[in-house]
Design a binder for this molecule. Structure first.
Ligand code: ATP
Ligand code: FE
Length: 353
């Protein structure tokens, strides 16, 4: 069974073809970083227009690179939510139209379920259920207990904003250059490099520790601490940017580490694997830290960086079990911009419908 999947929930326009034997025939990602860097973050309307412009080319490339035609495709999948409302409508409409015109079944996928199940696509021996999934991305910061392909229970969630969104804002605030892969890799590179300012005495930056002992994340306080530190110094030119960026990155990752330890203590008795995915999981410093911080028989799984950030291969794979069970969605299906993993099996009715 071969699935063509489309993903446009944030700022990457993606199409991929994956089959039931886990072969990835093609996996095309067209990013928009070059557009959004100038504006200091994702602008929803700009992202929507770029998706509209790029989606036909991306679909065409996915078919050409796989040397396949629509006749060789057995089902069409797309990201139903969560994500930026206007952006989601691009992959939804394209997938519906492709499916209807070619008389193929259609499946709408939960974007975070797809991030969590990525190792089941890439590994010959995937994590056994139940496993813990640490989802760290642009829109989410969660620890989830995954008991089957469709049973997800959120154990720890952010009370304010996500780690990825916080990283992106701090990168803008500290005027850290993006890499061609965006602001997050820019922070990683900036923290790892030796800078001229490192030759002087390092100032002591002391970030706050949010909600100690609680199974909840918070990143708003860390963000405003960076803002306060910069404005107290009289501007970004007057702080040691490398030292401050490292203090921020350390604190952001330390929070993941301590909450994961708490979650493992409370819910980890049957858990043998911890899967860390979502864009922030591509950070190599974070990977090393997490592996060092947890003792005991749990094994960490980090998908390769290119499959941690947004892609349609993960969407295709997360749809596969439904296609194989003959469980399809109606062509009239609506997007779900705010869809919780706790409601994966029973999606809420679309309020606008
Ligand atoms: P969501 O998956 O929650 O809908 P999204 O799809 O926009 O959000 P992803 O593409 O999964 O998010 O992740 C993007 C986030 O990951 C951005 O905030 C980006 O800065 C961050 N990120 C990417 N690479 C790195 C890295 N090497 N270090 C730190 N953060 C990173
Ligand atoms: Fe994502």
């Amino acid at each position: 069974f071969r699935v063509l999947a489309l993903e446009t929930s944030a700022d990457d326009t993606c199409a991929a073809i994956v089959d039931a034997s886990r072969r990835v025939w093609s996996n095309v990602v067209v990013p928009q970083n070059y557009i959004h860097e100038a504006m200091g973050g994702i602008q929803p309307m700009v992202a929507l227009l770029a998706h509209q412009r790029n989606i036909p080319t991306v679909v065409q490339r996915a078919l050409t690179e796989a040397k396949l035609e629509m006749a060789d495709i057995d089902g069409v999948a797309f990201t139903r939510g969560p994500g930026i409302p206007g952006c989601l409508s691009v992959c939804l409409n394209a997938a519906k139209t492709l499916a209807a015109a070619n008389n193929k079944p259609l499946v709408g996928v939960h974007h975070m379920q797809a991030h969590a199940l990525t190792p089941h696509l890439t590994l010959d021996s995937p994590p056994s259920f139940p496993f813990l999934s640490v989802l760290v991305s642009g829109g989410h910061t969660m620890i989830v207990l995954v008991s089957s392909l469709v049973d997800f229970r959120i154990l720890c969630n952010t009370v304010d904003r996500s780690i990825g969104a916080t990283i992106d804002r701090v990168v803008t605030l500290l005027k850290i250059p993006w890499t061609d892969k965006g602001p997050g890799p820019g922070l990683e590179k900036f923290c790892a490099e030796r800078a001229p300012e490192d030759s002087g005495p390092a100032p002591k930056y002391d970030p706050p520790v949010p909600m100690p002992g609680k199974l909840a994340f918070s990143y708003a306080g860390l963000h405003s601490w960076v803002e306060r530190t910069v404005s107290a110094a009289g501007g970004v030119e007057h702080v040691n940017r490398h030292a401050l960026a490292r203090a921020f990155q350390n604190s952001a990752f330390e929070q993941l580490e301590t909450k994961l330890q708490l979650a493992l203590r409370a819910h980890g008795h049957a858990v043998r694997h911890v899967v860390v995915s979502g864009g922030v999981a591509s950070n190599l410093h974070l990977r090393q830290r997490l592996k060092r911080s947890v003792r005991g028989p749990v094994e960490f799984i980090f998908p390769e960086p290119a499959l941690c950030t947004d892609n349609a291969a993960m969407i295709a794979w997360a749809s596969m079990h439904r296609f194989l069970a003959g469980d399809h969605d109606d062509y009239a299906i609506d997007p779900l911009p705010a869809w919780s993993l706790d409601e994966l099996k029973n999606p809420p009715p679309n309020k606008d419908a």
